[in-house]
Design a binder for this molecule. Sequence first.
Ligand code: ADP
Ligand code: MG
Length: 567
Amino acid sequence: MRTSKELQSLLQRIDGKGYKAYKDLQGIYNFEGFQLAVDYVQGDPFAAPSRIRCIVPMKDGAFPKESYNPPPKKQALKDHLTRNFDQTLKKEYQGAKGTGKSGMISIDAPGQEILERTSFYIDSEKIEVRLEVGLPAGGRKILGRVCKKMLMEILPPFIEKNLYYKNLDQEALWRSIRLREDQEALWDLMKEKGWIAFVKNGSILPRESGISQKPLTKGAVPFQSPREMEVSVTLPYAGEIKGMALESGVTLIVGGGYHGKSTLLQAIELGVYPHIQGDGREFVLTDPGAMKIRAEDGRGVEKVNISPFINNLPHQTDTRAFSTDNGSGSTSQAANIIEALEGSAGTLLIDEDPSATNFMIRDDRMKKLVHKDKEPISPFVDKAGSLYRDLGVSTVLVIGGSGDYFDVADKVIMMDEYIPKDVTTAAKAIAKEYPRAVKTDGEAFPRLKGRVPLPSSFPRDRKGIKLKTRGTKTLLYNRLSVELYGLEQLISSSQTNSIGEIFKFLINKKVDGNKDLKTLLEETYKIMDEQGLEGIASYRGHPGNLAKPRKLEVLGALNRYRNLRIK
Ligand code: ADP
Ligand code: MG
């Protein structure tokens, strides 16, 4: 390990030289109160930034053990510290002059959700923050003095302020940890009671705008459970709270246009993740295995058994191992469901808005006109019941345009000016009064076989395999782009980064032509559960930009990878 004096003279020595001389910085330096590790040095001022870590021994950082044990608390603590660090940087750091990314200091900042992240590392020995920095340059020449100021004068107070328990707002820190504990307790309770979702009374569901996940502040109508569905639960810190419990089975959300149906479903979709204080959805939690399903025409599909939904395609296409480079609305939606089931999804979340109409319903008149032999699709309305009876998979479905679903629904909720009403009895009475002429809901839902990916799915080019993230919804495998727009619960580009890392890990260590996708992912997640995301990542410098995705999204990405070949 080098001393900070050595860093200082090194920076003096390379001042004014070509940018490449910065490479000499790589190494670990002893500072007062922490160690600075320069893990990766960028090639030029415009390239991907350099990566550093600041490491404080836990005996000095002195976070109490109860603040990072068990894992959900550690997740909350890391999340809290990351946000704090980001906020103090944004408030107090002006940056430095220079070309390209010169002077940048940044941490992988989270959105409204609390995810397992790698921006901080904490164990009983140390606490470590992982940052990206832009090493300063004028043109392409090293600005040694500016760099010295940045690393040796500006950075240390931020470490001082954010990595020492005694210097933090402890009230706020414990509020974050306790909220996360309450959320975990609520999830445990829900599992025990068999609830697939819980929405606390008073929750704020609508968002600020179509492009902001912040809560709507003006004119938001707070959530209020229908009396018939209201339950009361007691949490360790929040105490007694009341809200709507959704039982397993088939739940419909109906109501007029613009009355808040999709908004409720979207809140339920994102309830697979805990949210931060002030989000409005702190106690909107959902079965962690709930999967949003939509139509996604154009997507590729590789040997998926969509036969429970689709049969007798023209030209005798086999739908038990259906492949296409260009799925239609209905075949893509069917594939999305089957793939979700393959990933053991416990609940399907479906909105009529992005669904294929012919996949969702077929009314009596159309059945009269188009004979069954000529219609390959068994609409979802005929399958929702057996999905629950035979596989135990629940559905929450937004549908304003068809009463055909009344027969199979266990619960019908009507949104009325943003307030939900339980209208199950009325809906059932109507179903009785106006029965459907032909019902095909009788066949059992088949069990599905696992799909085994072939190693040849993952070609290497001259440089091997490169995975790159473009925003949240695109992953690049060498030159091939994997479009993830259909995965609506993929919410952070840091999750997408992790999916790239998991791809690499699977390809290099796991895919053998024998194990099916589900087994491959289970084995990989076991390693991540034990060692964190660090356990599988192959990174340049440090892995500070990762957040844990669900297995369902990783599987979703693999299934959307157009080179995937299944045995
Ligand atoms: P639907 O799916 O029933 O057509 P949406 O859920 O899309 O309706 O909601 C319509 C509009 O109402 C959206 O702009 C949404 O942000 C807003 N909205 C939804 N819920 C609430 C609420 N509880 N309070 C205020 N505005 C809301
Ligand atoms: Mg809608």
